[in-house]
Design a protein around this ligand. Structure first.
Ligand code: RB5
Length: 147
C-alpha cells in the first residue's frame, strides 16, 4: 500500500524511540511505500498543517491510506476529519482499529505519542492495515451519509 505518514513534533518527542521514524521503518519493513509528509524533527509545529498534507496525499490519489501522529491522536483526527472523503480514526486499542476499518472504512489512523507505547502503536497499526472494510450494506449506507 502507499501510505502517507505525518506528525507534529510529538512524532519526534524524546525519549527514544522516536515514534514517527519508527512507524515509517515498520511500514517499510512490511513492504509498504511510505510518503513522508513531515514534520522532520522535534521543533514545535502545528498539527493541522501535517493533517492537511496527509489528507491531500489521499485526496489527490497519491496515497491509499494515511497515518497521523500527535500527542494524543485527537488534534490530528479533528483536523483530518474536516476534509470530505477523509475518515480519520484516533485509536488507542487494537479493537478500535479493527472496527474503524470494518465498520467505518477509516482511511486515516491517528495515534497518540503521549498515550501509547510504541509497541502499542505498532500493534494498532498492524491490525488497522490488515483489516478490510466489511462492505456491509448498513455500513455503506452510513458512510454515504457522511458526504
Ligand atoms: C502538541 O503539544 C500537542 O498539543 C499535539 O501534539 C496534540 O496532542 C494535539 O491534539
Amino acid at each position: 500500500m502507499r501510505i502517507a505518514v505525518g506528525s507534529d513534533h510529538a512524532g519526534f518527542e524524546p525519549p527514544p524511540p522516536l515514534y514517527k521514524p519508527s512507524v515509517i521503518a515498520h511500514l517499510e519493513r512490511l513492504g509498504h511505500e511510505v510518503i513522508d509528509c513531515g514534520t522532520d524533527g522535534p521543533d514545535s509545529v502545528d498539527y493541522p498543517d501535517y493533517a492537511e498534507k496527509v489528507c491531500q496525499a489521499l485526496l489527490t490519489g497519491q496515497a491509499d491510506r494515511g497515518v497521523l501522529i500527535c500527542g494524543t491522536g485527537i488534534g490530528v483526527g479533528i483536523a483530518a476529519n474536516r476534509h470530505k472523503g477523509i475518515r480519520a480514526a484516533p485509536c488507542t486499542m487494537p479493537e478500535a482499529a479493527r472496527l474503524s476499518r470494518e465498520h467505518n472504512d477509516a482511511n486515516v489512523l491517528c495515534l497518540g505519542r503521549r498515550l501509547l507505547t510504541l509497541e502499542e502503536c505498532l500493534e494498532i497499526l498492524d491490525v488497522w492495515l490488515s483489516t478490510s472494510f466489511s462492505e456491509g450494506e448498513r455500513h455503506i449506507r452510513r458512510i454515504k451519509k457522511l458526504g
